[in-house]
Design a protein around this ligand. Structure first.
Ligand code: PXP
Length: 262
C-alpha cells in the first residue's frame, strides 16, 4: 500500500562531527536542526553514540526542546541510552547496533539474537509513549522478527543499495521487505548512504513513509548551505516518488531511473 506521504528526517550528526574535530562550539547541530526544519525537514535525527564521537549529551538535551517537528533519537539498546531516552522523551527512538570501531552503522540489528533486550526496550519505550523503530537489514526474517518483538516501525538499511545502486538485488530486497513490513502493519522507514542521485528509487517504494538522510546533506551544505541542501534532497525525493513504480516486484524487475534534480 502506498504511504500517503513520505517524510524526510535530516540526520545532523555530521554537523557535530565537524565541531568535535576542534572540540569547540561551532557549527552547532541544534542550530542546524532549526534551519533544516525551516527548509522543510519533517523531522530531525540524531545518534547519541556510546563513544560520543559526534553528538554529545548536551546536544540531545537541547534538541529535545528545540526540535519543533519530530526528534528521532538513534541509539544502541543499552541501559544508559534507555535511561536518557526515558528522561528526554523524544518522539521516536530508532534502535541501532553499535560497534566502537566502526566508521558508521554497518548493518542492521541482529534481531534473531538480541530478542529479550530488544523486546524489553520496546515495551519500556512504548509504555512512555515513545515510538520505537528498529534499524534492520532488508531481509524477510528480520522484518517478521521486528514485528514479533512489538516494534511500531522498521528502518530498512539502504547501505547495500547505496553501495551498488545499479544492481537489482539490493533494491529488490528493499522493495520486498517494505511490502512485507506494511503487510504486517509496521511503519516502514529507510536510510543510510542515500544521496540526491540514488534516493529516487528508494523514494519510489510505495510503503516507505520516512527517509533518514544525513551525510550527503551535510556534505552538500558545505557548498550550498544546509537549507538549500535540504531543499535539493526534498526535490530529489519528490521526483522519485512521482515516478513511483508500485509495490513488491519479481526478480526480473528493472527499475526506471528518475532524472536528477540538480
Ligand atoms: N539511519 C541510520 C540508522 C543511521 O545509523 C544513519 C547514519 O547515522 C542514517 C540513517 C543516515 O545515514 P547517512 O548519514 O549515510 O545519510
Amino acid at each position: 500500500m502506498r504511504a500517503p506521504s513520505q517524510r524526510l528526517y535530516v540526520n545532523i550528526d555530521h554537523v557535530a562531527t565537524i565541531r568535535q574535530a576542534r572540540r569547540t562550539v561551532e557549527p552547532d547541530p541544534v542550530l542546524a536542526a532549526v534551519v533544516c526544519e525551516r527548509a522543510g525537514a519533517d523531522g530531525i535525527t540524531a545518534h547519541l553514540r556510546e563513544d560520543r564521537r559526534h553528538i554529545q549529551d548536551a546536544d540531545v538535551e537541547r534538541l529535545a526542546t528545540a526540535v519543533e517537528t519530530v526528534l528521532n533519537l538513534e541509539m544502541a539498546c543499552t541501559d544508559e541510552m534507555l535511561a536518557i531516552a526515558l528522561r528526554l522523551r523524544p518522539h521516536q527512538v530508532t534502535l541501532v547496533p553499535e560497534r566502537r570501531e566502526e566508521i558508521t552503522t554497518e548493518g542492521g540489528l541482529d534481531v534473531s539474537r538480541n530478542g529479550d533486550a530488544l523486546r524489553t526496550a520496546i515495551d519500556t519505550l512504548h509504555a512512555s509513549r515513545i515510538r520505537v523503530s528498529l534499524f534492520i537489514d532488508p531481509v524477510m526474517d528480520a522484518v517478521q522478527r521486528a514485528h514479533d518483538l512489538g516494534a511500531a516501525a522498521i528502518e530498512l538499511h539502504t547501505g547495500p543499495y547505496s553501495d551498488h545502486p545499479d544492481d537489482a538485488a539490493p533494491l529488490l530486497a528493499l522493495r520486498n521487505s517494505a511490502a512485507q513490513g506494511a503487510r504486517l502493519g509496521l511503519a516502514v522507514h529507510a536510510g543510510h548512504g542515500l544521496t540526491v542521485r540514488n534516493v529516487g528509487l528508494v523514494a519510489a517504494i510505495d510503503e516507505i513513509e520516512e527517509l533518514n538522510i544525513g551525510h550527503s546533506i551535510v556534505s552538500r551544505s558545505v557548498f550550498v548551505g544546509i537549507e538549500a541542501a535540504v531543499r535539493e534532497m526534498r526535490a530529489a525525493i519528490g521526483v522519485g516518488r512521482r515516478a513511483g513504480t508500485g509495490s513488491a516486484v519479481s526478480d526480473n524487475f528493472s527499475p526506471p531511473r528518475p532524472t536528477s534534480p540538480a
